[in-house]
Each structure stands twice: as C-alpha cells, then as structure tokens.
Design a protein around this ligand. Structure first.
Ligand SMILES: *Cc1c(COP(=O)(O)O)cnc(C)c1O
Length: 232
C-alpha cells in the first residue's frame, strides 16, 4: 500500500510541476511518518524513500536511532526548548522555528555538538490563532536576528495552511509565503537563503507545488490516516 501511495503522490507532484512549468527535481516529498510504526517506514525505505517528517522530538529521536543512518529526518512540529537536545544533530532540517528564544536554544545545543543546524522560519500566514508561527510582518526581523547565530543556517520559510474543503482556498496562502521569501531574499542578508519553501500537506500539496513549494509534507496520502491513542 505504501509503495502504491508513494508513487501516486510522486506522480501528482510531477504533474503539478509540469502545469506550473517547474522542474520536478526542485520539489522534495517528505513522507510524514508521525505516529506510524517502524515497519511502515521500512516499506517506504524499500521503495527508495529517504526523507521522513516527524513532529514529536522523542519519537523522531527513537526512529532516527533505530533506522538506517542515511535517512534524512525533517522535524516539522512545534519544538519546546527543553526538547531541542533530541532534535539537534538528528534532524537535517528543523521546519518550525518561530521565535528567537527557540533559535537561541538551537544555537546553544548546536554549538555544544559542534554542528550547524539548518532551519526554516515558520510563518503563520493564515493568521490562525490556534497555530504556531510568526506573523508575516515580523518575519524579516526574526530572520535577520537569527541569521547572526553562528551555528544556525536559515534555508527558507515554512507554513501550515488551514484545513479547507477546497485546496484552491489555500492558494493565496502559499503564494503569500512565496512572495515573502522573495522579498526577504532581496534584502541579501548574510548567512540567509530563501530557497526552501516548505508548504503543502495531503489535502493541498498539488496547489502548493504550483505556487513554488520545494518541500511538501505528506502523511495521510502515503501512510493512511492516523489513529491517536489516548495517553491514559
Ligand atoms: C502531520 C503534519 C503533516 C502531514 O499531514 P497530512 O495531512 O497527513 O499529510 C504536514 N505538516 C505538519 C507540520 C504536520 O504536523
């Protein structure tokens, strides 16, 4: 099932690229494996998939430490400063930095482990109150502050769009994030790249690709729906 789903999603990404006149190689599909068992990740590994996304620090640590070390782990969830130690040195990219406070914690842990942490700044484009992410107006300032931290490299921006019935409704959100990245790139801030745009999930990744996504984060369409057990 995983294999079929993966090829379907990859095909749809390709088609969206063609519609938008983009090179499919610009888009990386992150298989979001949160809550899913090792066996399902192994099925995806058998198809050649090497990029996975997790949103809980300890779960990512356990999977990272169990599975082959050529896997690229993307940390996509809200990150508390006391969990930074599990993620730094294990994630190839932290998609969800939305405060200077969190960036400082990543800087300290990265210095301690003598690594450079690649990050994205999470922007709450939709201005949803329930969501994490910095507002558009404050993004440039956060980018320029974080850019001064020597063990952090900003690769671009990330957003989580709302759940909508019609994915077309999120097009304006994706195009806004893209425009914001272009505007910030034009400032030529040292140590900052705006080439990565992480946007689009199962429901809307095709629209996100049409609007310039370089990373799409797809869980349900690959691994099936998630069952959350109560923690008791
Ligand atoms: C869970 C999650 C996804 C994947 O969601 P699906 O709708 O299952 O594709 C993508 N991004 C983030 C930040 C997530 O937490």
């Amino acid at each position: 099932m995983v294999q079929e789903n993966l090829s379907k999603v990859e095909e749809k990404i390709k088609e969206a690229c063609i519609r938008a006149g983009r090179n499919p190689e610009e888009v990386t599909l992150i298989a979001v494996s949160k809550t899913k068992p090792i066996e399902m990740i192994e099925e995806a590994l058998a198809c050649g998939k090497r990029e996975f996304g997790e949103n809980k620090a300890q779960e990512m640590k356990e999977k990272h430490d169990t599975l082959p070390n050529d896997i690229k782990w993307h940390f996509i969830g809200h990150l508390q400063t006391n969990k930074v130690k599990y993620v730094v040195g294990r994630a190839c990219l932290i998609h969800s930095v939305d405060s200077y406070h969190l960036a400082e914690a990543i800087e300290a842990e990265s210095a301690k482990k003598n690594v450079i942490s690649h990050i994205l700044i999470e922007v709450n484009v939709a201005q949803e109150e329930s969501k994490y992410g910095i507002c558009e107006e404050d993004t440039l300032e956060l980018v320029s502050e974080v850019s001064k931290l020597p063990h952090i490299k900003i690769d671009g921006l990330m957003t989580i769009a709302p759940f909508v019935e019609n994915p077309e409704d999120n097009r304006k959100i994706f195009s806004k994030l893209h425009k914001l990245a272009v505007d910030i790139a034009a400032k030529n801030i040292d140590n900052v790249s705006m080439s990565a745009l992480s946007m689009g999930m199962t429901n809307d990744y095709e629209v996100a690709v049409e609007e310039g996504a370089t990373y799409v984060r797809v869980g349900t369409a690959i691994f099936g729906s998630r069952v959350y057990q109560s923690k008791g």
